[in-house]
Ligand binder design. Structure first.
Ligand SMILES: Nc1nc2nc(S)n(CCO)c2c(=O)[nH]1
Length: 159
């Protein structure tokens, strides 16, 4: 259980709060995952494909003995169980479960890129992450999270 992982959760369809709660519960129920921290839940303006409902977003800090790819399998299974239909790529979804950081590793493959490639452009990810760990360093970034957030266009949309 000595791998530290930060994950972003988001939902903008149906009972968004229930989807987030169930996703965290399923992570906590996995015998190789320990949920050690959860951020507040933020209502956020949609970024990317803007013709859709507002999201609820949060970040979860877990410790796990799973490898990055084994963890990816678990997250995809939870997304599927909670009804994720892979419709339009940037479209609405019952639940999104993204791996943001896995220790301080850089992983670049077809199936999995860590740190999450778009996390540094997303206040809906960085604001909850900052709440959980203000000092965390993003391997690909030199500046602190606080400085990165300050320059983000969507920072006003995260409450
Ligand atoms: N505010 C907000 N906008 C988003 N656009 C996409 S795509 N997503 C899904 C995350 O990849 C989100 C999201 O979770 N929150």
């Amino acid at each position: 259980m000595d791998n530290h992982v930060y994950m972003a959760l988001g939902s903008n369809i149906g009972d968004r709060l229930q989807y987030l709660r169930e996703a965290v519960k399923k992570l906590a129920e996995h015998e190789e995952i320990l949920v050690v921290g959860t951020s507040s839940i933020y209502e956020t303006a949609p970024v990317g494909y803007v013709q859709q409902n507002k999201f609820l977003n949060m970040v979860v800090h877990i410790r796990t003995s799973l490898s990055p790819f084994a963890l990816l399998e678990v997250t995809q299974k939870i997304e599927h169980q909670l009804g994720r239909k892979r419709g339009i790529r940037w479209g609405p979804r019952t639940l999104d479960l993204d791996i943001l950081l896995y220790n301080h590793e850089n992983i670049e493959t077809e199936r999995l890129t860590i740190p999450h490639p778009r996390m540094t452009e997303r206040a809906f990810v960085l604001v909850p992450l900052f709440e959980l760990n203000a000092d965390i360093r993003i391997p690909t970034m030199k500046r602190s999270i606080a400085l990165i957030i300050d320059e983000l266009p969507d920072k006003e949309g995260v409450r």
